[in-house]
Structures are given as C-alpha cells and as structure tokens.
Ligand binder design. Structure first.
Ligand code: 5GP
Length: 195
C-alpha cells in the first residue's frame, strides 16, 4: 500500500467536463509507473469507449452482487448509474505501480476511510460555471439531457472541496498538468525519504 511501499495513490475528482480524463491520460503517458484505475459501471459505453480499458461495463444485477460480496473499496450512484472501484484491482496494482483514480467526491470519502490507502486527493474545477457548460457541450459525448444533469451536479460537487488536499483551477491544460505533476513528484519524493 502507499504507506508501506513507494507507490502512491492519487485521486482526481472534478465536476464532469473539467478535463479530468484528458489529464489522467496525460499523466499516465508521461509517467509509465502510473496505472489508471479502471472502474466498474452500469452506464452504457459511449461510442469511443472500450470495455476493460475505459470501464468494466457490467449489468446492474452484476454490480449489486459485487456490492453484496463487499468487493468494492468504494462505489456510488451517479446520474442513475453505479460506478465503483474493485478492491482486488487496487490491491494487485499498488504492489507494482502508482495508481490514479478518476472518481467522484462520494468515492473519495469512502476511499479515505481505508487507513492502508492514504490517497493524495486533488479536486479540479473550471474558472466558472459558464466555462463548464461550454466544455460539456463541446465534447459532444452526452445527450442534451445528460449535459444538463452533469451541469446541475456542479453545485453539489463543489460543496465537497474541503475533503481534498489540493484544489486546482483548470484554466489552461498545460499549466494544470504541470501543477498536478509537481504534486505527484513531490509526494513521491516525500514518501521515499520516509522509507
Ligand atoms: P462519466 O459517466 O462521465 O464517465 O463519469 C461520471 C462521474 O463518475 C465522473 O465524475 C467520474 O469521476 C465518476 N466515476 C467514475 N468512476 C468512478 C468510480 O469508480 N467511483 C466513483 N465514486 N465515481 C466514479
């Protein structure tokens, strides 16, 4: 686990549309040690998504069985669909790699309760709500109803900023990436100096 090894767990949360997925992929490309945690979800795949790469797409009954069997470190119902992080996947990956999680505030709260995990928690926001709406519309991945749902979740999402170690405004992707990079590099250094 991150406390007794050299690998770190990083959570990136944000209202939908802030650029989290792009940033997560950028980190993984630059730092080969990082693996992205692939969540389970009951949401249907988007046209560009691949099962097992973007998510493990499962039925609601399969997801509920996994909940009953206590297989998740955390799970949440978001926009009427379940999303969750399997314990087995995290425990296996952390022995060899750093892990980055793209999960919401509910998952962050649950993950933080596991004393062995000690995640570094980063919250990303846009500079204002209009910018978020623009990005949600531009990315063209959701129906109008879905854009509206994601936009309306913004107020609830940002209420939870206090649960995070760092808040970053994603005004410029490169600047934002650099800020995340600094956090990661410094956390790794700190951890190795404690070992
Ligand atoms: P999307 O449907 O746009 O891929 O994701 C919707 C939201 O679900 C995003 O805020 C994303 O961070 C969150 N999410 C994705 N996977 C998980 C997960 O495993 N657990 C939790 N709690 N949230 C997740």
């Amino acid at each position: 686990m991150s406390g007794d090894g050299e690998n770190i767990l990083v959570i990136l949360s944000s209202p939908s549309g802030v650029g989290k997925t792009t940033l997560t992929k950028k980190i993984q490309q630059k730092y080969q040690s990082f693996k992205i945690s692939v969540s389970h979800t009951t949401r249907p795949p988007r046209s560009n998504e691949v099962n097992g790469v973007d998510y493990h797409f499962v039925s609601e009954s399969k997801f509920e069985t996994l909940i009953k069997e206590k297989k998740f470190y955390e799970y949440a119902k978001i926009f009427e669909n379940y999303y969750g992080t399997l314990k087995e996947n995290v425990d296996r990956t952390i022995t060899k790699n750093d892990i980055i999680f793209d999960i919401d505030w509910q998952g962050t709260q649950q993950l933080s309760k596991f004393k062995n995990l000690k995640p570094i928690k980063i919250f990303l926001i846009t500079e204002n709500k209009n910018e978020l709406k623009k990005r949600l519309l531009n990315r063209n991945q959701n129906t109008e109803v879905e854009v509206e749902k994601r936009f309306n979740a913004f107020d609830e999402d940002i209420k939870h900023w206090k649960d995070y170690d760092y808040i970053i405004i994603n005004k410029n992707l490169e600047v934002c990436f650099k800020q995340i990079e600094n956090i990661i590099v410094n956390s790794k250094k700190k951890l190795s100096s404690l070992l």
